[in-house]
Design a protein around this ligand. Structure first.
Ligand code: SF4
Length: 291
C-alpha cells in the first residue's frame, strides 16, 4: 500500500504503455510540448469537467470525479462516471439521492480515434480499479458472493469518430494495468530515462522532436545541456537537417493523441478519507459527487 504522499498521476499509465521513454521524459524530466492536438484535447477535457452532472431515468452521470488507489499508488480524475441502475440482485452501490443499486461505468473522452495500442484502455481500466477500491468492492472481495468483477466494463469516447468504444475490464486488461502501475513506480524510483529506440510509433509521438530517437543522446536533459555547452561544448550544426528541439514543424494529424490529457498532470488532490474508508465518498454512497 502507498501513502497519500506517494500517489502519482493515473494518466501516466497511458504514456508508459505507449513508450517508457516518453513516460520518463514527461514524469521524470518534466518535458512537455504543447501543440494544436494536445491543446484541443485539453479543451475537450475542460469542457467535460465543467459540464454539470445529469440525472436521466435509470442513469446518473458524475463528471470530474476524483479517483485514487492506495494499492496501485495512483491519483487522478475521471471525465465521466455513469451510474446505471442495477436490475435484480447484481453488484452495485447505493446513491444518496436515489433508491436501489447502481453500477459504476467510467467513460473517458479522447479527441482522436481508436489506437492499435492499449494505452487508452489501460488508463480507463486504472480508473475502474480506483473506483472499485474506493467503493470497496473488487474481484478479490466480490459483493454478494458473486465472482463477477464489480465494474465489468467502461467506454472510450473518440471525438474524431464521435462514437463510443466499449472496453471490457477482463483479467488480461486488469493484469496489464496493474503491471503498468508497478512499472511506472519502478521507473520513477530509478529516476533514469530509458534510451530511445526508434520505432514506427515514434512518428505519432508528440515528443519526437524533443526525444530525438535518431540522435546519440540518452535524455532530453543531456541533449539540452550539451546544446547549451554545460557538458561537451559543441558548436551547433548549422547544416543539420534535423529540426530544433521544441519545433512544431512536421507534426502529423495523429500526434499528441496519446498525450491529450496533459492537464491530468495538474490533477486535483484527492479529498481526505472519510471514516469508514469510503475514499472520499460520503458515507452511504457517492451521491455527494452528483450535483
Ligand atoms: S520519439 Fe519514440 S522513443 Fe522517443 S519518446 Fe516518442 S515513442 Fe518514445
Amino acid at each position: 500500500m502507498f501513502d497519500e504522499d506517494d500517489l502519482r498521476p493515473l494518466s501516466a499509465l497511458q504514456h508508459l504503455v505507449f513508450c517508457e521513454r516518453q513516460c520518463a521524459l514527461i514524469h521524470i524530466e518534466q518535458v512537455w510540448v504543447e501543440n494544436r492536438f494536445t491543446a484541443e484535447g485539453r479543451l475537450l477535457h475542460e469542457r467535460v469537467d465543467h459540464d454539470k452532472g445529469e440525472s436521466r431515468g435509470d442513469l446518473r452521470i458524475a463528471r470530474g470525479l476524483p479517483l485514487r488507489s492506495l494499492r496501485l499508488g495512483l491519483v487522478g480524475k475521471a471525465d465521466v462516471v455513469e451510474f446505471h441502475r442495477v436490475e435484480g440482485d447484481g453488484p452495485g452501490v447505493t446513491l444518496d439521492d436515489a433508491s436501489g443499486r447502481w453500477q459504476p461505468y467510467p467513460v473517458e473522452y479522447k479527441r482522436g480515434k481508436p489506437k492499435i495500442h492499449r494505452a487508452d484502455e489501460v488508463q480507463l481500466c486504472a480508473q475502474a480499479l480506483c473506483l472499485e477500491e474506493m467503493l470497496q468492492f473488487s474481484p478479490l472481495n466480490p459483493p454478494r458472493g458473486t465472482l463477477q468483477p464489480a465494474i465489468h466494463e467502461g467506454a472510450l469516447y473518440y471525438g474524431q469518430k464521435r462514437r463510443r468504444q466499449v472496453v471490457p475490464f477482463d483479467q488480461e486488461l486488469r493484469t496489464l494495468t496493474e503491471n503498468a502501475a508497478r512499472r511506472f513506480h519502478e521507473l520513477l524510483a530509478a529516476g533514469k530515462t530509458p534510451v530511445a529506440v526508434r520505432e514506427p510509433k515514434c512518428e505519432q509521438c508528440s515528443l519526437l522532436h524533443v526525444c530525438l530517437p535518431d540522435a546519440p543522446h540518452a535524455s532530453a536533459r543531456s541533449y539540452l545541456a550539451d546544446l547549451l555547452g554545460k557538458s561537451s561544448p559543441r558548436p551547433p550544426e548549422k547544416s543539420s537537417p534535423r529540426p530544433p528541439p521544441f519545433s512544431k514543424e512536421g507534426k502529423k494529424e495523429e500526434e499528441g493523441e496519446q498525450d491529450e490529457d496533459a492537464r491530468r498532470r495538474r490533477e486535483v488532490p484527492f479529498p481526505p478519507l472519510k471514516k469508514g474508508g469510503q475514499g472520499g465518498f460520503p458515507e452511504g454512497g457517492q451521491g455527494g459527487f452528483l450535483p
